[in-house]
Design a protein around this ligand. Structure first.
Ligand code: GLC
Length: 517
């Protein structure tokens, strides 16, 4: 695949804390991941994206970074990270890491210095410190996790945090901040990292002093693009490195601006993830995605899940199958049998579309969202910041079941940081590896076929009715997905390469997908 390996890559997302625990403390770590690299090689993915692995007090699962050039001790050491990169490369797996530029941890040395240095200091210029207004915060901005976006410090000033108070926002007008991140990128590229996932990429530029003018005060401000042009120059100094934006924007035209040839290489397609299980809605998202990317020459990406959203098996089994951060529909009844059927079909759809595809750990095992975690164990700051009204994202972050008959299912020799349900004994890797009809077997076969016949390119749609999504790829592979309630006849073909459920002769049942040649 060479330097543009990322154009058609299957990228597996590792939420390190919940992947595999190598030292028995209940938290996943680099040792655990290194032990399981052959699992990932056998799965057939091209790259791994790791959520933040830096030293962190873990107020937001590591998205509160205390030091951008080191590894969280609970996860391991920098030397182990370097070994992981080498071992992954030896297996043909690329490594993508998460860089969090909007904010750091309140334990970051710069923030500590800013607190000590006091009002008016250069150290405070790297953040957004302001005097209050009328005894309250400088403006009425709300944090994305709930509550005010400002917290007052001992000397009376307030600092801005778009997320939790433990995540102070950097001031990107500061040249020191800009230089720091260019250096952080070089630090990791020099260690062999192949790509960077850019956290909260659209909210770096803001002006808390401006009077409200109707525009969003911090999302997608024009000035953000200058930052990514500079980042691209750094990436271009190395061979085969990729910049991937976490860009949640409803407007495709604005989204496209991040993918201009001198900015990011790709960005996550959240419209696809959020889309309900509905043929015309999905067709609309796919067409809009292709239309946005085509003129830019940038490959689209297809995402069904990540560490922030409700697991697809649960989502697709509900009456309302869409995803919305504002309303996670926690606890809404879900028919998991139906959800699994649809999640299997959705996987074949996502993997057949042109461009890159993401697989979030556990998706390949068909794990459901765990909605009945004891509230006292919840770690996601959304739970407390929302005044205990939004149960947040812990339910998709429960540690993986690897083997055996009881929790923690080979994940750890200790006790896992979030409990797994006993019925996950049915879903362990060990169980699924040998079962031909398992989700894991489906993902393995699909990823193997995908490596040969799918990835970067274009689609040719086939008109097979309003409830059916059908298209052919350059290799001749045709993907057909039946989203309607009635079975439909398959189009002419020589072989069925793979199907997400059993076929009835040449008939494709409801909520089923097939790959044909
Ligand atoms: C991104 C991450 C999310 C995190 C937030 C703040 O949305 O995916 O997990 O909480 O940024 O860093």
């Amino acid at each position: 695949m060479g330097e543009t390996w990322w154009r058609g890559a299957a990228i597996y997302q590792v939420y390190l804390r919940s992947f595999a625990d190598g030292n028995g403390d209940g938290f996943g770590d680099l040792a655990g991941l290194r032990n399981r690299l052959t699992y990932l090689a056998d799965l057939g993915i091209n790259a791994v994206w790791l959520n933040p692995w830096y030293p962190s007090p873990m107020s937001d699962g590591g998205y509160d970074v205390a030091d951008y050039r080191n590894i969280e001790p609970v996860f391991g050491t920098l030397a182990e990270a370097e070994k992981l990169i080498q071992e992954a490369h030896d297996l043909g797996i690329r490594i993508i890491i998460d860089v969090v530029p909007n904010h750091c941890s309140d334990h970051h040395v710069w923030f500590r210095e800013a607190l000590d240095a006091g009002p008016g200091s250069a150290a405070r210029e790297r953040f957004w410190f302001r005097p209050g207004r009328d005894g309250g915060p400088p403006n009425d901005w709300q944090s994305i996790f709930g509550g005010p976006a400002w917290t007052q410090v001992a000397d009376g000033e307030w600092y801005l945090h778009l997320f939790a108070p433990e995540q102070p926002d950097f001031n990107w007008n500061s040249p020191a901040v800009r230089d720091e991140f260019l250096d952080v990128l070089r630090f990791w590229f020099d260690r062999g990292v192949d790509g960077i996932r850019i956290d909260s990429a659209a909210v770096l530029i803001k002006d808390p002093d401006a009077e409200p003018d109707g525009d969003d005060p911090y999302t997608d401000r024009d000035g953000v693009h200058q930052i990514y042009r500079a980042w691209r120059q750094v990436a271009d100094d190395y061979a085969g490195r990729v910049l991937i934006g976490e860009v949640w924007l409803p407007d495709q035209a604005r989204f496209a601006r991040y993918l201009r040839p001198d900015e990011l290489h790709t960005a996550f397609n959240f419209d696809f993830l959020a889309c309900p299980w509905d043929a015309s809605a999905l067709r609309g998202v796919i067409d809009a995605t292709l239309a946005t990317h085509e003129p830019l020459g940038a490959p689209p990406t297809w995402v069904l899940s990540n560490h922030d959203v409700t697991r697809p098996v649960t989502r697709y089994g509900r009456a309302d199958t869409s995803f919305d951060h504002g309303d996670r529909k926690h606890g809404a009844p879900s028919d998991l049998g139906l959800g699994i059927r649809r999640a299997r079909a959705a996987a074949l759809l996502a993997m057949a579309l042109p461009g890159g595809v993401y697989v979030y750990q556990g998706e390949e095992l068909g794990l459901p969202e765990i909605e009945d975690l004891p509230d006292g164990l919840r770690q996601d700051p959304i739970w407390t910041r929302s005044g205990n009204t939004d149960r947040g994202r812990d339910g998709c972050r429960v540690p993986l079941p690897w083997s055996g008959e009881a929790p923690p299912f080979g994940y750890s020799s200790g006790r896992s940081w979030l409990p797994q349900p006993p019925n996950w004994r049915e879903l362990t890797v060990e169980r699924q590896e040998t079962a031909e009809s398992s989700m894991l077997s489906l993902y393995r076969t699909a990823l193997r076929i995908r490596r040969e016949k799918l990835g970067d390119g274009t689609v040719t749609w086939l008109p097979l009715g309003e409830q059916v999504l059908a298209f052919t790829r350059e290799s001749g592979l045709t993907c057909v997905v039946n989203l309607g309630p009635e079975p439909v006849p398959l189009p002419a073909h020589e072989t069925v390469l793979l199907a997400s459920g059993s076929l009835d002769g040449d008939v494709l049942p409801a909520d089923t997908a097939a790959w044909l040649l």
